[in-house]
Design a protein around this ligand. Sequence first.
Ligand code: NAD
Ligand code: ZN
Length: 363
Amino acid sequence: MRAAVLQAVGDETVEVRDDVEVVGPGPGEVRVAIRATGVCHSDLSAMNGTIPQPTPAVLGHEGAGEVVAVGEGVGTIKLGDHVIVVWVPPCGTCRYCLGGQPNLCTQVMYSAGLTPRFVVGGSPAYGFAGTGTFAEEVVLPVQGVVAIDKDVPWEIASLLGCGVVTGVGAAINAAKVRPGSSVLVYGCGGVGMAVIQGARIAGAAEIVAVDRVEAKLDQARRFGATHAVVPERLGGPKDEITEGDGFDYAFEVIGRPETIRAAYDNVRRGGTAVVVGAGRAEETVELNAFELFYSEKTLKGTIYGSADVRTDFHRLLRLWKAGRLDLEGMISDRLDLSKINEAFAKMRAGEAIRQVIHFGGAA
Ligand code: NAD
Ligand code: ZN
């Protein structure tokens, strides 16, 4: 079957091959035929070493598809089910799962990530983040799929699997944006646009979008930003909305030390800065000891939208069905897997919202 393979960390391109095999499903696993998969910046971050990933690896982690084989002992998922792929599969029994933070469960995620589920040219290969959706088929632990209604288009379902749950969840689960508050969002890719939508759904009064790519600014307004500027012009809306004081919330959705620092600097005393972007372990963000106590700001991270995918995917789909969450508008390009390296080039230039790869031609 066809899949996009990263041979080694540091490679600038992936190899689209026809000779990739998938292993399983074994007990407790399912095999899914991927129908659509979004390209997320984290795929690029696996290539350049920002996010650790053993190689060779099939990239892709934001996907949806149909269950085509079910392993022994799988009771909840059936052949033919339509599912969203989950890259933090909740085990359901650890203290994080039982304590209402299943996005912090590592029980299944680590073992899935360290089990080679593909064979490439006769050698074992991993799936990125324990998934590997840039492939016609993937094998996943049963906790790594969530079944959805069959009338949801594949491309819509695929977006939920990472960018949308992460972004909307950052606003409504991690920050718990209060109605009437002021919000700043740094970085308007697929995840940033989802943060903007999450802040709008939560009832923010003002949402200021910041991106260095001018074309992103009008697009951000379409998703609910009340103001949209390049970084150099942030002072204007900041003065207008907050009298220079700073925003109630700021979201960093890029993964760079300087924009994390800028997000922290641009929240008011007592406000909350949320780091959504995935940065490198070697890079540090400096905070001085005085400002930490004096400003009484909250600086927090969020992974996978601080969500419970078992209920949040359905919550997000209901928002979409009610016309309150625009998912169609987030798809900037539809492409074939053979164009994956062009998709990465477009992402490096900051030009895409979400690029979605279709398998088998169906939407
Ligand atoms: P993307 O590449 O589509 O978008 C990034 C945007 O930031 C682009 O529009 C780009 O123009 C803009 N940008 C880059 N540098 C900038 C700067 N210095 N100032 C202003 N704008 C700048 O990325 P994405 O897919 O939306 O992902 C965003 C981040 O979120 C990545 O770091 C990704 O790895 C991370 N992520 C985190 C989680 C999580 O669980 N926390 C999940 C998914 C993705
Ligand atoms: Zn992602």
